[in-house]
Design a protein around this ligand. Structure first.
Ligand SMILES: [Zn+2]
Length: 211
């Protein structure tokens, strides 16, 4: 792992499910859900889709300040206050962060239909490229993802299983892969550790302690 990737990991915290907090020049949260109180306000919030465990107004309110920018796909308009709508294929620089929107959908289940155009994000902080996969299966578009850090769901049921996520990680080939989407609604630590074990010697996996 490159030093700058390692450094970026040290600026990241996992708050459970798909919620990461990244503290650099600005504070970024992804899909804030079931947040504790007393958290630092967000400069930027990335929302992948409008399911309650990803677009939670109650949680957004806990970290929103006057100039917080919320990026979300356009079907979140009207459900979430003042978003910057970004859809698949869009790229934009927001608060100094380059953001690219990529698809997220199911292949073998119906919870996240492709035609909903829900998303994942590829965003770059200090030259480190982070891929937040969103609620997805191991979709062919992942072939084209180039990133240093991949945040991948592993719980099964609504998203890919740990075994499918292993295949996705091998396809993406990041410097480090981080399991998410477990421990809250579906999935357990066992999924995260299976993911890590099955990638041993192939892809470095970092399992965050939940804070
Ligand atoms: Zn979902």
């Amino acid at each position: 792992m490159e030093d700058r990737t390692k450094q970026m990991l040290s600026k990241m915290e996992w708050l459970g499910h798909d919620t990461f907090k990244i503290t650099n020049d600005i504070v970024i949260y992804t899909d804030p859900y079931q947040l504790k109180g007393g958290l630092e306000a967000a400069d930027l919030i990335l929302i992948t889709h409008d399911h309650f465990d990803h677009l939670s107004i109650e949680d957004i309110e806990k970290i929103k300040k006057d100039d917080t920018v919320i990026v979300a796909p356009s079907d979140c308009e009207g459900k979430c206050p003042e978003i910057i709508a970004m859809d698949i294929g869009d790229t934009k620089e927001v608060k100094g962060i380059k953001i690219e929107v990529v698809p997220a959908y199911n292949l073998n289940k119906d919870f996240h239909p492709r035609e909903n155009n829900w998303v994942g994000y590829i965003f770059t902080i200090d030259g480190v490229i982070i891929y937040l996969a969103g609620d997805t299966d191991n979709i062919p578009e992942m072939e084209d993802v180039e990133c240093d850090i991949a945040l991948l769901p592993v719980s099964g049921t609504y998203v890919m299983t740990a075994a499918e996520a292993v295949d996705a990680a091998l396809k993406i080939n990041p410097q480090v892969a981080i399991p998410m989407h477990y421990g809250a609604i579906v999935g357990s630590f066992a999924d995260a550790s299976k993911f890590k074990k099955d990638l041993e010697g192939k892809i470095e996996v970092h399992i965050f302690e939940q804070v």
